[in-house]
Design a protein around this ligand. Structure first.
Ligand SMILES: C[S@@+](CC[C@H](N)C(=O)[O-])C[C@H]1O[C@@H](n2cnc3c(N)ncnc32)[C@H](O)[C@@H]1O
Length: 389
């Protein structure tokens, strides 16, 4: 499938013939690395675990991954697999970056022309991005979320939108990359019977892939979305305007926003928490509690890896992201005690588990929220709770 087989929108960069060929090469290469090459590495990982008396047929204790990883870091097969993964990631950004650079002026003009037609954008140039977003280039994207050359720069957003869909191997709602938002809607219905929230906040919205899906599902709601990254938000605003979906974007730190106490019925995030830090996570949950009305629902969708339920070879493969793809809190999030964290933040009626991914919430075949999942992107991990008082 090519990127343009799925529905798209006016802000998406259009690859020319050669760029399209390069994207197809990336998809084939990454498919091969995630398939064949991964299966070559896994027996090596199990062998290192056995050498350290760590179980390979049942889940190991999450902390045992550190010892196995240390052994892997001198294993040629693991190093080769890892360097292929890292190189393919560089190729992805290089390929997408060329298309974005060639079309940036056109995108910038579209951003200027479309501003504020149905939604709004509020940037805060004085805001400092949290260190966990600037210390590394998350996803190894050059410049990361902090990339902003000023003067209505949209590069970070344009690269993330096209690169993110390819990064997910187009299995998260194709070019729209909105499967997480639709999956969140399914979770909210399955787990909390949410029907008609009046005010919704999406934290860490990036370019609004999931926010737009939420807003389309709840067309009567007033939808707000925050992110720390200005170039993501400019693009997110232009993208939502191009799709005709009213969303109010603002540049804010999810740890402490400027919204009033009790001003939302629903506060959500999609794959944001694993890109924060151990210190930030409880602060964000406390902020969600402050922002919700009594009876309001908070839900966070995350990568589908709970290390305590996974075999060690899978854990080591997934945990590579913590060390080599600019995601240092990935492992911390995959082992976090969400039940304890939600309780400390004051949330009752907790629903913590897995939601089968779906692009279309009307799909009669979609699955239901469940307590166990699989470590792949056919499921997403979700942690939700209700503010009762
Ligand atoms: C992987 S992206 C989220 C993707 C998006 N929610 C979606 O589903 O398409 C993580 C985003 O969280 C944002 N982020 C992380 N920590 C944040 C914080 N403390 N405040 C605001 N945004 C934050 C980053 O800037 C980044 O855009």
């Amino acid at each position: 499938m090519t990127a343009e087989n799925a529905s798209t929108h006016a802000m998406m960069v259009r690859p020319g013939h050669d760029a399209r060929e390069r994207e197809q090469f990336f998809l084939s290469l990454r498919g091969w690395i995630n398939g064949f090459a991964e299966e070559v590495v896994k027996p090596r990982i199990r062998s290192h675990a056995r050498d350290a008396d760590i179980p390979v047929d049942v889940p190991a204790a999450p902390g045992q991954r550190f010892e196995v990883r240390r052994a892997c870091e001198t294993d040629p097969a693991y190093l080769l697999w890892g360097s292929m993964w890292a190189s393919s990631q560089k190729l992805l950004w290089n390929y997408v970056g060329q298309s974005v650079e060639a079309q940036h002026e056109k995108l910038r003009q579209a951003f200027r022309d479309r501003q504020g037609r149905v939604g709004s954008l509020r940037l805060s140039p004085e805001m400092q991005l949290p260190r966990y977003l600037t210390a590394k280039d998350v996803h190894a994207m050059p410049g990361g979320y902090a990339l902003d050359r000023g003067d209505d720069d949209l590069r970070a957003g344009a690269m993330y939108d096209r690169g993110g869909a390819l990064f997910q191997l187009q299995a998260n709602g194709g070019v729209m990359n909105d499967g997480r938002g639709h999956t969140m809607v399914a979770f909210l219905q399955d787990a909390f019977a949410v029907t008609s929230p009046r005010r919704i906040l999406d934290l860490g919205c990036t370019v609004g892939n999931s926010t737009v899906a939420l807003a389309q599902h709840f067309p009567d709601a007033e939808v707000h979305a925050v992110d720390a990254s200005p170039a993501m938000l400019r693009y997110a605003h232009a993208r939502a305007e191009a799709l005709g979906v009213p969303i109010h974007f603002s540049q804010q730190n999810a740890e402490h926003t400027d919204f009033e106490d009790g001003s939302f019925d629903l506060v959500v995030s999609h794959v944001m928490l694993h890109e924060t830090s151990r210190q930030a996570l409880p602060r964000i949950l406390a902020e969600c509690h402050r922002l919700l009305k009594p009876g309001g629902v908070m839900a966070h969708l995350e990568v589908p890896y709970r290390y305590q339920d996974m075999l060690i070879d899978d854990v080591i493969i997934r945990d590579w992201q913590s060390y080599h793809n600019g995601e240092p809190f990935w492992g911390g999030c995959c082992t976090a005690d969400f039940a304890g964290l939600l309780t400390t933040a004051g949330f009752d009626d907790q629903r913590i588990g897995f939601q089968p991914s779906t692009r279309d919430p009307a799909d009669p075949n979609r699955g239901r929220f469940c307590s166990t999942g699989e470590p792949n992107f056919r499921y997403w991990f979700v942690a939700g709770g209700r503010r009762l008082d």
